[in-house]
Design a protein around this ligand. Structure first.
Ligand SMILES: C[S@@+](CC[C@H](N)C(=O)[O-])C[C@H]1O[C@@H](n2cnc3c(N)ncnc32)[C@H](O)[C@@H]1O
Length: 348
C-alpha cells in the first residue's frame, strides 16, 4: 500500500479554498503564525504567506521525506503561541480503511479516540492546540455530530475542487475559541452567504418511522433514483416503478443509489399523487437548504454544482410527509400531518 493512501497525501495545490470570507477570518484572527500540523508540501502555508498579521510559518508532518519537524499529530499537536492552525489533515473512514486493508496500521487511532474517521481525530487535536483553526475537511462534517462543532464561526461548502488528484467533496471549517448558538454560525456556499447553521438545521428531514415504508423491495410501487446524474436535467427523483430504466435484479438490501420502495396495498391508487408530492417536497427542501444538507456525491454536475445523494432516512421522511398530504391517513396520524397538506398540494 502506498504512503499516499496510508498517510492521505493529497495536497491542496489549488487556492479555491481561500474564499474572501475565509481570508477575512484569518485576517481577523490577528495571529502572527500560520501553523499546519499535517503540512505535506506546505501549500496551505504558502497560500497565506503575508496575509493579515501572519509573519511566520510553521509545519509538522509524520513523513521524514517532507522535511518538516517530525510529529505524529494524530497523537497530539504542540501548542504554539499566537498561531492559527491552517490545515487539511488526512481523511480515512474506518470502514474504508478496512476495505483498503489498511485498518491494522491505523487501528490504534480509531480505538483510542472512538472517532469513525481519522480527520475527526486530527480536527479534535487541532482544536485542543489552538484557538483559531481553519480546516479543509470532508463535507460530510456538516451532518456529523462532531463534539466541538459549536466552536465553528463559519463553514464554507466548496464546489470548486482544491485538489488535482482526488474529487473528495470538502468544506472549509473556521473555528474560534467561543462555543456559540447555531444561529451565530455563518454558512457559505463558495463565496455566497446562505444563512446560519441554525436556520439550515431547522429544515433537516427527520422521519417519524410510524408508517410501513420498505426500501430495496423489488416489488415496490415507487422507484427512487437517489443520486443526481451529471446532467443537471436529471436530478434525484421519485418515479413510478414502470419508468425506472434499470435491471431490477440489481436491487439488493445494500442498494443506496437506485431502489424500489413499497407501501402497503391500500396506497396503490394514491401512488401517482404520493410521487408528485414527494418530488415537490424534495425540490423545495433543496431550494431552501441550498442543497447542503443532502450528502455530497463524488464529482460535480456538468454545470459545476455538486452532485447529491438522498439518503433513505431523509427519503422516508419525505414519503411520510407526502402520504400525510394526500389526506388518506387514518386516525391520529391524519391530524398530525394535516397542517402540511395544503401548502404541499399547492406546489408544482
Ligand atoms: C491531506 S495531506 C495535506 C497536506 C497539506 N496540509 C495540504 O493541504 O496540502 C495530509 C498530510 O498529513 C501527513 N500525515 C498523515 N498522518 C500524519 C500524522 N499522524 N501526523 C502528522 N502528519 C501526518 C501526510 O504525510 C500528509 O502530508
Amino acid at each position: 500500500m502506498s504512503a499516499k493512501k496510508i498517510l492521505g497525501q493529497y495536497f491542496t495545490t489549488r487556492y479555491t479554498w481561500l474564499m474572501p470570507q475565509v481570508e477575512e477570518f484569518i485576517v481577523q484572527s490577528k495571529c502572527g503564525v500560520a501553523y499546519d500540523p499535517f503540512a505535506g508540501q506546505g501549500d496551505l502555508l504558502q497560500a497565506v504567506t503575508g496575509l493579515g498579521d501572519i509573519q511566520k510559518l510553521n509545519g509538522l508532518d509524520i513523513d521524514p521525506k517532507l522535511n518538516w519537524k517530525l510529529n505524529d499529530s494524530l497523537m497530539g499537536i504542540p501548542h504554539i503561541n499566537n498561531a492559527i492552525i491552517i490545515t487539511n489533515p488526512p481523511y480515512l473512514a474506518k470502514f474504508s480503511a478496512k476495505r483498503k486493508k489498511i485498518a491494522d496500521s491505523l487501528k490504534h487511532y480509531y480505538q483510542q479516540s472512538g472517532f469513525v474517521d481519522i480527520y475527526q481525530l486530527a480536527l479534535f487535536n487541532c482544536l485542543l492546540s489552538a484557538e483559531h483553526v481553519v480546516a479543509i475537511i470532508p463535507e460530510t462534517f456538516i451532518n456529523s455530530r462532531f463534539p466541538q462543532r459549536y466552536r465553528l464561526a463559519q463553514l464554507t461548502v466548496l464546489e470548486e475542487n482544491p485538489f488535482t488528484d482526488t474529487e473528495n467533496p470538502v468544506c472549509v471549517a473556521c473555528f474560534d475559541g467561543r462555543i456559540k448558538p447555531a444561529a451565530e454560525i455563518e454558512v457559505f456556499k463558495n463565496d455566497s452567504y446562505i444563512g446560519s447553521l441554525g436556520d439550515l438545521e431547522k429544515h433537516r428531514l427527520i422521519p417519524r418511522n410510524n408508517l410501513d415504508i420498505r426500501f430495496n423491495d423489488i416489488n415496490g410501487q415507487i422507484a427512487l433514483r437517489a443520486v443526481d446524474s451529471p446532467d443537471p436535467r436529471s436530478p434525484i427523483r421519485f418515479l413510478p416503478r414502470g419508468e425506472l430504466v434499470y435491471d431490477l435484479k440489481s436491487i439488493k438490501d445494500s442498494s443506496r443509489l437506485i431502489t424500489l420502495i413499497s407501501l402497503s396495498a391500500e396506497w396503490d391508487e394514491a401512488i401517482p399523487q404520493i410521487i408528485q408530492i414527494s418530488n415537490n417536497i424534495l425540490s423545495e427542501f433543496r431550494q431552501i437548504t441550498h442543497d447542503i444538507l443532502l450528502s455530497p456525491f463524488k464529482g460535480n454536475k456538468k454545470d459545476g454544482e455538486r452532485r447529491r445523494r438522498l439518503d433513505y432516512k431523509s427519503a422516508r421522511a419525505i414519503l411520510e410527509k407526502a402520504m400525510g398530504a394526500t389526506g388518506l391517513l387514518k386516525g391520529n396520524f391524519k391530524e398530525s400531518y394535516y397542517e402540511e397538506k395544503e401548502s404541499l398540494l399547492n406546489q408544482r
